[in-house]
Design a protein around this ligand. Structure first.
Ligand SMILES: Nc1ncnc2c1ncn2[C@@H]1O[C@H](COP(=O)(O)OP(=O)(O)OP(=O)(O)O)[C@@H](O)[C@H]1O
Length: 611
């Protein structure tokens, strides 16, 4: 007998839920995000001006110390003390004000940039077809929209702002060092090549660690989201430990990458400080020697050392900044990968409007294949449903019925052939008009975590409360909604899980009734329901279908029997069509399915009677 652990691997599977985003150079990333800050470019100029003004004022304040030593303390002359102290106070105050303006402005710019970018990414995500969400870990997509987008702010605004500020300070204070004492300034330059080599080496290491950290975090989010969404299944199968291990394996990866990044940053900072110390000691030694020789005044040496400190501060600041920039760069690569993903369904620029359609549906030799699939899900399918006709689609599992429903709502496009509404190829119509004219009622009753009334009116933003109640009444949902704690204002919970399966179905039927589309596609209505609940939704479904072109996809042949015409689908092809009676007579696949179902019903009756 095989052990439990052999049947169910306890170790996480080898497949990574999140792949690495394509690596990009920093100069490739920048121009991609810059447009999101386009409305604020003028303010960016103001910020640069403040950044230049800041070090100017700091330098002037430091210069006051030279004046104090050389003009007041050394000659013991108090005449100029007053003006020097007053100048120092004004400069310090102005410097603080400029710092405040700079901080506020950069936050304001950063937050506005974030808002624009997040809004654009979300709009882009809403254009992606459901296939995108089927293939992607949704937790990872959510992390890209929240955490990664926020990290980019550092990259596009805070990073360059701090980088420019540091560069301005470096250039400015290097210049002042040369003005104060050019021989000493030349000595400080000795450390520059070492700094450059260190920066380049550690930059590469930190960039790799940052990429791995973001990828692993995405994997944690994707796995956690999947497990949480299916928590009932996880608990029923007793797989909590397995799921925790899967999440932990990537959490551990993220942790190690983060630690590696911290280690590289720490070593880099340490080495930079050693180089700075070496430069400082060298300058100090030579400076003291020059002071003794009378080549430099005490005030000049003090000011030189103060300026040197001002120079080293932005240098180590640049080091810290590169770490943040690499994390942000890795996040930017992940967001760009999303933005570069083209939606599979794109509306033509000259797409036609279609007001209320008559409801004729025609498929002309439609073939469709899913990506990475070698077999078409639909193969050369043709049929017409006239306005008001009820057409049932039946066939074994995997025959292609739900795929056909997706084509009718233009959630995918045929590889060849055409799907037409009132004679118009769906690809020539505006998407909003297709979705208004063709309503899909899917076997999963999709509900948002908003009030039950809002769920019913979701497809009709301008619906009055009376319309919502009317639709609920027609869908046989009004009674149970009124019994809910807050009536139509009661929330339905995540995915409507505070409602029963039958109640969820009736709310979605009410939504479709209110939408009032001339064409409706019912994919397995009532599959998830027991016999009593199914019986309850049959009346509303019948009322919904009346007067509309209705395509009913169902395994339940009792439902199909009521249709005007039945199409039998097998392995992506229509193998038979006609009325229930004619299909039984022809003794084809439909007759076999019917016989099988009758047999199952009889068996079920037998079991019930035996009890
Ligand atoms: N998103 C997808 N990606 C790849 N292949 C898919 C996808 N969805 C469905 N398929 C494949 O396409 C074929 C048709 O699937 P479809 O869901 O249309 O069948 P169906 O007749 O509705 O089945 P059922 O009655 O079990 O719901 C199947 O072989 C299925 O594996």
């Amino acid at each position: 007998m095989r052990s439990h652990s052999q049947d169910h691997p306890t170790e996480p599977g080898p497949q990574d839920p999140v792949a690495s985003a394509p690596a990009l150079r920093i100069r490739e990333i920048f121009p991609r995000f810059w447009p999101y800050a386009s409305g604020y470019r003028g303010w960016f100029g103001v910020l640069i001006a403040l950044l230049i003004l800041g070090p100017l004022l700091s330098a002037a304040a430091i210069w006051c110390w030279k004046l104090l030593v050389d003009d007041v303390l050394v000659p013991r002359d108090l005449d100029s003390l007053g003006p020097i102290v007053a100048g120092f106070a004004v400069l310090t105050l102005a410097s603080a004000l400029i710092q405040f303006a700079q901080d506020y402005l950069s936050t304001w710019l950063g937050e506005n940039f974030l808002f624009n970018l997040r809004s654009s990414v979300f709009r882009h995500l809403q254009r992606m077809s459901s296939d995108f969400y089927t293939r992607r870990g949704q937790g990872d997509v959510q992390l890209r929209l929240s955490g990664d987008v926020a990290a980019i702010q550092t990259f596009v605004l805070a990073g360059p702002t701090q980088g420019i500020a540091a560069m301005i300070r470096i250039v400015f204070f290097s210049g002042t060092l040369f003005v104060v004492q050019w021989q000493l300034a030349l000595i400080t330059l000795v450390t520059a090549p070492v700094m450059l080599i260190l920066t380049r080496h550690f930059a590469r290491l930190r960039q790799e660690a940052a990429r791995e950290q973001r990828r692993r975090s995405g994997a944690v989010a994707a796995l956690a989201e999947d497990a949480m969404y299916n928590m009932t299944l996880v608990q029923c199968c007793g797989r909590e430990e397995y799921e925790a291990k899967r999440v932990d394996s990537h959490g551990q990866g993220a942790l190690e990458a983060q630690l590696a990044s911290a280690k590289y940053s720490g070593i880099y900072r340490l080495l930079v400080q050693v180089v700075e110390l070496f430069g400082g000691v060298l300058v100090f030694g030579v400076g003291v020697w020059m002071l003794i020789n009378g080549t430099v005044t005490l005030g000049s040496l003090i000011v030189f050392l103060a300026f040197l400190r001002e120079l080293f501060a932005p240098l180590s600041g640049l080091g810290k900044l590169t770490t943040t920039l690499f994390t942000a760069g890795a996040a930017a690569e992940r967001v760009l990968e999303l933005l570069d993903q083209e939606p599979s369904i794109v509306e033509k620029p000259d797409a036609r409007s279609l007001q209320r359609a008559n409801g004729q549906i025609r498929l002309e030799r439609v073939t469709f294949r899913y990506p990475d699939s070698d077999r078409p899900a639909l193969d050369d399918v043709s049929f017409t449903a006239e306005p008001g006709e009820i057409v049932a689609l039946v066939g074994p599992s995997g025959a292609g019925k739900s795929t056909l429903a997706r084509l009718l709502g233009r959630f995918c496009d045929p590889e060849s052939g055409a799907v037409r509404l009132d004679g118009h190829d769906l690809r020539d119509l505006k998407l909003v008009d297709i979705r208004r004219n063709v309503a899909l009622l899917l076997q999963d009753a999709y509900l948002l975590d908003i009030s039950v009334g809002e769920n019913i009116g979701y497809a009709m933003a301008d619906a009055e409360h009376g319309d919502v109640v009317g639709a609920a009444d027609a869908a046989d949902a009004d009674d149970f909604i009124r019994c809910m704690p807050n009536g139509y204002d009661s929330r339905v919970g995540h995915s409507g899980r505070m409602l029963s399966g039958g109640q969820r179905q009736r709310v979605t039927i009410a939504r479709t009734i209110l939408q009032d589309s001339p064409v409706i596609v019912l994919d397995e209505p009532g599959t998830a329901l027991d016999a009593a609940s199914l019986h309850r939704v049959m009346g509303p479904l019948r009322r919904l279908a009346t007067g509309r072109t209705t395509i009913v996809i169902s395994h339940n042949l009792m439902l199909a029997r009521a249709a005007d015409r039945i199409l039998v689908l097998d392995e992506g092809r229509i193998v038979d069509s006609g009325s229930h009676d004619s299909l039984l007579e022809s003794s084809g696949l439909y007759a076999q399915l019917w016989e099988l179902q009758q047999h199952e019903t009889a068996e079920a009756d037998l079991v019930r009677t035996a009890r």
